[in-house]
Design a protein around this ligand. Structure first.
Ligand code: NAD
Ligand code: NA
Length: 395
């Protein structure tokens, strides 16, 4: 079929297999070009199909020749209806891994559930024995608790008072004022239940109980901080409370891992266009200004550059530098004083009229469509493409 982008609000309803394939190939080429990382050998990535999790899987496989098991929640294709992009990403990641002689298998389902954990543990036991790196990179709006069956929904709200600021609709380029009402009732607890650290700890406890963790193993979950501009809606809002919880969980997991000489980290990553971040109000405007400033300074990175640096310079270097709260910081370039000062200045000036010049709205839009395999250089979108792509190592 011929597949074109169809958008609704912050999402794209279609995705292009060949564009997703090209994205995978480009990321693999980047990793290879950066040379070998003396990294992990057997890796589990939870949230492996898009964004930072996918970049972690590619970096493990093509930077360190690691065997990878990827867990994700994606929709397969049906006749005439493309899959979600993470499905195609995983299919083509596996294709390239298998070509390179690397073990790669995938599990598609709810990572929060007992069933998917059980299936993953059994697969590790059968195929890999023990694993030495666990990447936790889920971004989900909902979680059904495995013990109680309660379904929690996360919200993106400020805490205490309403937040008024500007935002941009990156499809139309219109900058407008928004006001977001503060969290009420169980909003904070619900958001912590979805995006906090409880599920990460459950995974690690289950792996450890069944002796599937190699001596010296590492685990990493991803967090975000960002500037004071977005603080009310991000770091000091409901999602920030969940990230506080996630970061605190790294310490309890770290304590438990001492018996296998393991380490648990949170890595604070840069703001990037992903399916998760495009749904957060205010963030797209911030990102479009940030991209402009960082590109002009020659320090812009995408997910793959970020994770390559995480592995090479932090996790698998002679020492793992952290901040005073024990976090790995690969948001160091984003948070540089000169970068933040320029973004803050541009923020004041941002209107519908000025944004095309002072911000990188084009770069934002391109990255957004790229997530779905569209606007990818080198892909012929006029060409008939088979939407019914299989993931060969799907369990
Ligand atoms: P993403 O939307 O690209 O990836 C989310 C992944 O989680 C996908 O693989 C998806 O299939 C999987 N997933 C979602 N629900 C699932 C479920 N129930 N079961 C199994 N898999 C499920 O998101 P991302 O931006 O790469 O986010 C990953 C992590 O990085 C999050 O913790 C996020 O907060 C963090 N982070 C993101 C940014 C950013 O700007 N995008 C910055 C810093 C940190
Ligand atoms: Na991810």
């Amino acid at each position: 079929m011929i597949i074109e982008p169809r958008t609704r609000g912050f999402i794209c309803l279609t995705s292009h297999p060949s564009g997703c394939e090209q994205n995978i190939i480009d990321q693999i080429e980047y990793i290879k070009s950066e040379g070998t990382i003396n990294g992990p050998k057997k890796v589990l990535v939870i949230g492996a199909s898009t964004g930072f999790g996918l970049a972690s899987r590619i970096t493990s496989a093509f930077g360190s020749q690691a065997a990878t098991i990827g867990v994700f929640f994606e929709k397969p294709p049906s006749e005439g209806r493309p899959a979600t992009p993470g499905w195609y990403n995983s299919a083509y990641f596996e294709q390239e891994a298998h070509k390179a002689g690397l073990y790669a298998k995938s599990i598609n389902g709810d990572a929060f559930s007992k069933e998917i954990k059980r299936q993953t543990l059994d697969l590790i036991k059968a195929d890999l024995g023990q694993i030495d790196l666990i990447i936790y990179s889920l971004a989900s709006p909902v979680r059904t608790h495995p013990e109680t069956g309660v379904r929690y929904k996360s919200v993106l709200k400020p805490i205490g008072s309403s937040f008024k600021n500007k935002t941009v609709d990156f499809h139309s380029g219109v900058v407008s004022d928004i006001s977001i009402e503060p969290a009420v009732g169980d909003d904070v607890d619900n958001t912590i239940a979805v995006m906090g650290g409880e599920d990460w700890k459950m995974w690690m406890d289950a792996l450890q109980e069944e002796e599937l963790l190699a001596n010296g193993c590492k685990t990493v979950a991803y967090s975000y901080i960002g500037p004071s501009l977005t603080e009310p809606v991000y770091r000091k809002g409901t999602i920030g409370k969940a990230k506080d919880h996630l970061e605190a969980t790294a310490f309890s997991i770290g304590d438990a891992l001492k018996s296998v000489n393991g380490e648990a980290y949170v890595s604070v990553n840069k703001a990037l266009v992903t399916q998760a971040s495009s749904a957060i109000p205010v963030i797209p405007l911030y990102i479009s200004l940030l991209y402009k400033v960082m590109k002009e300074k020659g320090i812009h990175e995408g997910c793959i550059e970020q994770i390559q640096r995480l592995f090479q310079d932090r996790l698998y270097s002679a020492s793992t530098p952290t901040d005073d709260q024990g976090r790995i910081r690969i948001d160091d370039l984003e948070m540089r004083d000169d970068v933040q000062a320029e973004v803050a200045e541009l923020w004041e000036k941002a209107t519908t009229e000025t944004l095309p010049n002072i911000g990188d709205l084009k770069g934002y839009e391109k990255d957004f469509f790229n997530l779905f395999g569209f606007l990818v250089p080198g892909v012929d979108y006029e060409k008939d493409v088979n939407e019914m792509v299989e993931i060969k190592g799907l369990q």
